[in-house]
Design a protein around this ligand. Structure first.
Ligand SMILES: [Mg+2]
Length: 186
């Protein structure tokens, strides 16, 4: 019996790599703040760093050197490879500003995930417009209203969100994501 081949949409920041942790560390270092990644309970970074301006907060993302510090989350490289080997179509769906995309793709995707082609990258701030069987994302606003199966990657900023009530499956790591996809949706 043929197994079902899925189109799996995968967010980039804080789903396959540790952007937020690097970003918080960078701001702490630059401005002497003491914010802990585990205590970033809201999406809006201006609320997390109230003493900084929006320009100061977003500056690291516009710095090409910053993106070279961003690292894959544990298991993301291995398990995305496995999903591809299993025959699924993988698309990275990310929302970065156009000025940051080049550094992000070169320093994170091409460096750590060279098996994912640029042809399989979709840049959009409206992920609900993208057709796919599954979206894996840490941003609840990207999952809400989408026609895909919704897998929510756990993060401090989404921890108080009732995933189950909103038709999402909360997961904690890439091994779990792989097993859920394999056992429940194939
Ligand atoms: Mg994200």
């Amino acid at each position: 019996m043929n197994k079902k081949k899925l189109t799996i949409l995968i967010d980039m920041d804080d789903t396959i790599e540790n952007l937020l942790e690097c970003w918080v560390n960078e701001l702490n270092k630059a401005y002497g703040t003491d914010v802990k990644y585990d205590e970033v309970f809201v999406w809006d970074m201006t609320k997390v760093f109230p003493s900084l301006t929006k320009t100061e907060i977003y500056a690291p993302l516009h710095n090409p050197n910053f993106w070279s510090k961003v690292q894959p989350l544990p298991g993301s490289v291995e398990y995305i490879k496995r999903l591809i080997d299993d025959g699924h179509n993988i698309y990275i769906v990310t929302t970065s500003h156009y000025t940051d995309i080049k550094s992000k793709i070169e320093n994170v995707l091409e460096k750590h995930f060279p098996f994912i082609s640029w042809k399989n990258v979709i840049i959009t701030s409206n992920k609900q417009l993208v057709n796919g069987d599954i979206l894996i994302d840490d941003g609840v606003h990207n999952l809400e209203g989408g026609k895909y199966i919704k897998i929510l990657m756990d993060a401090p900023h989404n921890r108080s969100y009732d995933a189950e009530k909103n038709g999402m499956l909360r997961v904690y790591n890439w091994e779990e994501i792989y097993n859920v996809v394999k056992s429940q949706f194939c």
